[in-house]
Design a protein around this ligand. Structure first.
Ligand code: UD1
Ligand code: CA
Length: 454
C-alpha cells in the first residue's frame, strides 16, 4: 500500500531554553529528528516530508543526508496548518502517517500496525493512558465506546480533563479523505490554531470511522518539551538497549550505567563494566572484556581482548588477545595485531603495532609502523612533527627501544636492533645493531656541592 509520511518539526521548543532548534538536540548521540526519520524510513514510504519553520536552515543542513522532502511553514499556525503545507507532496490514494519530530522513541512495529489499520479504511489514531494527562488532547468516546473527537486540554471542560486517555498526536489517515478534511479546518479555539486533531471528529462523523491503537509504553509516545523530559527519554532508550544486550548474552555490570550512542555488534560472553560509552559503530569479539569508564568510538576489538579501565579508543582496530590500558588513549588509525599490548598513559595515532609488540608505559607513538615482538620502553616518544609536516617512524621485528628514547622521524630502526635508553635517534639503525645516542656519563670524584653563605 502506498504510504506518505509527514513529520512535524516547525515548532520552537521554547522550554528547551536553547539556541539549538529542539529537534536537533540529541538522544543517544543522534538528533531527535534523526530518530524519527529513521523510524519513518524503515517503513519505505513513497514520500517523506518534514515540516520545518523555527531554525529551518540549521535543521535542514544537519539532516540533509536523510534525503527528506523539506516543507517550509513560515508561521506556526497549528498542527493542522503544518500538515496543510505538506499536502502537495501527498498522494490521492494510500495512507499518510503523521509523526512528530520531538517524539523520538516511537517503535517501527507500532507504526506498521497503525498504517495497516488505516489501510483498511478508517483513520488510525495512536493513543495512550497517562497517570497525569495534563496538557494533552483528550480522547472523547461516544456511548458505544467509539472514538468521537479529541479535545485539546486548553479547550476541555473540567469533566473532560478527568479523562486519562490522550492523543499521542501520531495518526495514519487515508489520503482519499485527508485533503478534504484539512481544507475544512478552522481556528475558532482557545489557541487560535488550526488543530490537526479536529479531523478526528470529521472522520467519526463521516462514517470513515476512527480506530484507536493504544501504545503499550508511555515513553514510546512521549514528546520532548524540556531537558528533563529529554533526560527521561534518554534513560528509557538506554534501558531498552541494555535489556536487549543482556538478553543477547552480554554482561553489563550495571545496565543503568551503560550508554550506547550508536550500534554495537558482539560475539559471545562479552563483559562490560560500569560507565562505558559506546559510540558509532563498535564491534566486540567473543570474550572481550571492557573495564570501567571506557569510551569506544568506531572500534573493532578482536576475540578475547581486554580493555582496561579509563581507556579512550577511537577509529581503531584492536586484534584478538590484545591488552589496552588502563588509562590508554588510542586515536584514529591505531591498528594492533594479535596479542599486542598498549599499557597505561600511552597515546597512539596512525600506528600499526605488530603481533605481540608492547608499549607498556608513558609513551607517544604516532605515524609509526612497528613490526612483531617489538618492545618499546617507558617514556618513548615518536617525534613525528616538525611544526609543518608529519613523518613516519618504522621499527623492525624484534627491536628493543630503551626507555626515554626520542625517535626523530623520519627514522627507521632495523630488525632485532637495540636502542639504548635516553637516546635521541635521528638516523637509521641497521638490523641487529645497538644504537646509543646520548651524552656519555662523566663522574667527578669527591664533588662538593656549593653551600649557602649564612
Ligand atoms: C499536540 C496535539 C495534542 C496531543 C499532543 C501530544 C494538536 C492540536 N494537539 O498538542 O492533542 O495530545 O500534541 O504531544 O495537534 N508543530 C508544527 N507547526 C505548528 C504547530 C506544531 O510543526 O504550527 C509541530 C511541533 O513542532 C511539534 C508538534 O507539531 O513537533 C506538536 O505541536 P505542539 O505545539 O507541541 O502540540 P501540543 O500542543 O503538544
Ligand atoms: Ca507538544
Amino acid at each position: 500500500m502506498a504510504l506518505d509520511i509527514v513529520i512535524l518539526a516547525a515548532g520552537q521548543g521554547t522550554r528547551m531554553v536553547s539556541d539549538l532548534p529542539k529537534v536537533l538536540h540529541t538522544l543517544a548521540g543522534k538528533p531527535l529528528l534523526g530518530h524519527v526519520i529513521d523510524a519513518a524510513a524503515a517503513l519505505s514510504p513513497r514520500s517523506l516530508s518534514v515540516v520545518i519553520g523555527h531554525g529551518a536552515e540549521r535543521v535542514r543542513e544537519s539532516m540533509v543526508a536523510s534525503g527528506a522532502n523539506w516543507v517550509m511553514q513560515d508561521r506556526q499556525l497549528g498542527t493542522g496548518h503544518a500538515v496543510q503545507q505538506a499536502l502537495p507532496a501527498l498522494g490521492r490514494d494510500g495512507v499518510t502517517l503523521i509523526l512528530y519530530g520531538d517524539v523520538p522513541l516511537v517503535r517501527e512495529s507500532t507504526l506498521r500496525e497503525l498504517v495497516a489499520m488505516a489501510g483498511q479504511g478508517p483513520l488510525a489514531l495512536l493513543t495512550v493512558e497517562l497517570a497525569d494527562p495534563t496538557g494533552y488532547g483528550r480522547v472523547l468516546r461516544n456511548q458505544s465506546g467509539r472514538v468521537a473527537a479529541i479535545v485539546e486540554h486548553k479547550d476541555a471542560t473540567p469533566e473532560q480533563r478527568e479523562l486519562r486517555e490522550v492523543n499521542s498526536g501520531i495518526m495514519a489517515v487515508p489520503n482519499a479523505h485527508l485533503h478534504a478534511w484539512l481544507a475544512r479546518l478552522e481556528n475558532s479555539n482557545a489557541q487560535r490554531e488550526y488543530y490537526l486533531t479536529d479531523i478526528i471528529a470529521m472522520a467519526a462523523q463521516s462514517g470513515v470511522g476512527v480506530e484507536p491503537l493504544q501504545a503499550a509504553d508511555e515513553h514510546e509516545v512521549a514528546g520532548v518539551n524540556n531537558r528533563e523530559q529529554l533526560a527521561t527519554l534518554e534513560r528509557a532508550y538506554q534501558q531498552r538497549r541494555a535489556r536487549e544486550l543482556l538478553l543477547a548474552g552480554v554482561t553489563l555490570r550495571d545496565p543503568a550505567r551503560f550508554d550506547l550512542r550508536g550500534r554495537l555488534r558482539h560475539g559471545r560472553d562479552v563483559s562490560i563494566d560500569i560507565n562505558v560509552i559506546i559510540e558509532g559503530e563498535v564491534e566486540l569479539g567473543s570474550g572481550v572484556s571492557i573495564g570501567a569508564n571506557c569510551v569506544l568510538r568506531n572500534a573493532r576489538v578482536g576475540e578475547g581482548a581486554s580493555i582496561q579501565p579509563n581507556s579512550v579508543i577511537e577509529d581503531s582496530d584492536i586484534g584478538p588477545g590484545c591488552s589496552v590500558g588502563p588509562f590508554a588513549r588510542l586515536r584514529p588509525g591505531t591498528r594492533m595485531a594479535e596479542g599486542a599490548k598498549i599499557g597505561n598513559f600511552v597515546e597512539t595515532k596512525k600506528a600499526t603495532i605488530g603481533a605481540r609488540s608492547k608499549i607498556s608505559h608513558l609513551s607517544y607513538v604516532g605515524d609509526a609502523l612497528l613490526g612483531e615482538d617489538v618492545n618499546v620502553g617507558a617514556g618513548t616518544i615518536t617525534c613525528n612533527y616538525d611544526g609543518v609536516n608529519k613523518f613516519q617512524t618504522t621499527i623492525g621485528d624484534g627491536a628493543f627501544i630503551g626507555s626515554n628514547t626520542a625517535l626523530v622521524a623520519p627514522v627507521e630502526v632495523g630488525r632485532n636492533a637495540t636502542v639504548g635508553a635516553g637516546s635521541v635517534l635521528t638516523s637509521a639503525v641497521p638490523d641487529e645493531a645497538l644504537a646509543v645516542a646520548r651524552g656519555k656519563q662523566r663522574n667527578v670524584e669527591g664533588w662538593k656541592r656549593p653551600k649557602k653563605k649564612s
